[in-house]
Ligand binder design. Structure first.
Ligand code: 0X9
Ligand code: ZN
Length: 419
């Protein structure tokens, strides 16, 4: 009997989807350096199992932390005892996930065309992969699919190529490198459809596509993404187990690039959410893009899309030394965020990564910029923390629409300023 119970418990642990009943997300506002240090200490308390959505870095930046139900009392007591201010941003994480799931089940149909695809709901990996195949089948002249490599679990790394002629320079866009940032893969899907709808209709996009190819990787971290659907909605990293600490799975794919690799703002601890991996490009998902960028040789803009915080950022993240094109990147970012804001009045901050969000080493666009891709940008999409990574599905399309305006600004500038 005891054995059976143990076996059942083991099965539940291995096969069940993680639930988050009673978990809360707190927004903590530290008032000084001492409180930041206290919060850093708090984040070291492993038994609390805290998931910092926004880490304690500096008192000017809010700290968002996802607290499991079993740790709530301790965390609240800690904050109270140290007179650290906080608000409850998400009362019950599972409630939001239930809403999300309900919408997904409702639209879990098999659309016959990309016109029938429900852009206002979240979709799983197989639904997005069939969307990609449908889009290609419907637009053979404009769109093709290239497989740039395989994930750790051997899933294809699919990239959509929008092209109207041979030997063109290219513009790259990726979404979903952090798997839990679901509004990014959803936006990527919407962008793909937008491109085929607007070609030959929108003169600016038509001009871009008559001169540049656009490459779009919607699910940049497919293993992580599948895991967010099947096991743990909050998964961020890749899914490669560590060779020694095999219970610590995954590498942060936004710390794994060969630009200040292993420096401040990344972690050497395999269980950390910002673990940089054993070496640069150790993750096949990263290496595939590195190989693609090098072999293509003519990418002129590279945009990597994350969420959340509402920011448009440019290099660098690993060093305080300004990028040599800092002034132009800054001016263009300003123009792009004002185009974005013009639609729904969503406000974005912009600047270099290190000055605007925090120091992060081994990040995607620092590497692409150092490869000579001048227009290297990264977005942090909606929102500013009300829902964080759990943006309600009714915000997918507005988020994609406004982001598209900023992307068009960057692409148009790239088209008009050849280098
Ligand atoms: O920590 C990160 O990798 C980014 N924040 S996120 O919540 N999306 O994980 C911030 C680093 C800045 N770089 C990019 N946004 N690429
Ligand atoms: Zn991210």
């Amino acid at each position: 009997m005891k054995g059976l119970l143990l076996l059942t418990a083991l099965c539940v642990a291995v096969f069940a989807k993680k639930t988050f009943e009673g978990n809360q997300v707190l927004r903590i506002t530290a008032k000084d350096e001492t409180q930041i240090s206290l919060l850093k200490e708090l984040s070291e308390q492993k038994h609390l199992e805290l998931d910092f959505w926004r880490e304690p870095i500096h008192e000017s930046l809010p700290v968002d932390v996802h607290v499991p139900f079993h740790s709530l009392q301790d965390v609240r007591a800690f904050l109270g005892n140290n007179q650290i201010q906080y608000d409850v941003m998400i009362m019950d994480v599972q409630d939001l996930l239930d809403d999300e799931e309900r919408d997904m089940v409702k639209y879990h149909s098999s659309p016959k065309s990309t016109d029938d695809f429900v852009y206002t709901a979240y979709h799983n990996l197989s639904e997005i992969y069939s969307f990609i195949n449908m889009l290609v089948a419907e637009n053979r002249k404009l769109v093709s699919k290239i497989v740039i490599g395989r994930s750790n679990k051997k899933r294809p790394l699919n990239v959509l190529k929008f092209s109207t002629g041979a030997n063109r320079p290219g513009i790259w866009i990726d979404t979903g490198i952090h798997s839990r940032e679901w509004d990014t893969q959803a936006s990527g899907t919407w962008f793909a459809k937008k491109i085929v709808k607007d070609y030959k209709r929108d003169p600016v996009l038509t001009d871009i596509l008559n001169n540049y190819d656009i490459f779009l990787e919607i699910v940049t971290n497919p293993d992580g993404f599948a895991y967010t659907h099947k096991k743990n909605r909050m998964w961020r990293k890749t899914r490669k187990p560590h060779h020694f600490f095999f219970w610590c799975v995954g590498v942060d794919p936004n710390r794994n690039w060969d630009a200040g690799f292993g420096g401040a703002g990344s972690s050497g601890k395999p269980c950390s959410e910002t673990y940089h991996g054993p070496r640069a490009n150790s993750e096949s998902e990263v290496k595939a893009i590195v190989d693609f960028v090098k072999s293509h040789g003519k990418l002129k803009a590279f945009v990597s899309i994350h969420s959340y915080s509402q920011m448009l950022l440019y290099p660098y993240g690993y060093t305080r030394t300004p990028a040599k094109d800092n002034d132009e990147l800054n001016k263009l970012a300003k123009k792009a965020v004002s185009a974005l804001q013009s639609l729904y009045n969503t406000q974005y901050r912009f600047g270099s990564i290190i000055n605007t969000i925090y120091q992060a080493s081994g990040g995607t666009i620092d590497w692409t910029y150092n490869q000579g891709i001048k227009y290297s940008y990264t977005f942090e999409l909606r929102d500013t923390g009300t829902y964080g990574f759990l943006l309600p599905a009714n915000q997918i399309v507005p988020t994609a629409e406004e982001t598209w305006r900023a992307l068009m600004t960057i692409m148009e500038h790239t088209r008009k300023n050849p280098y």
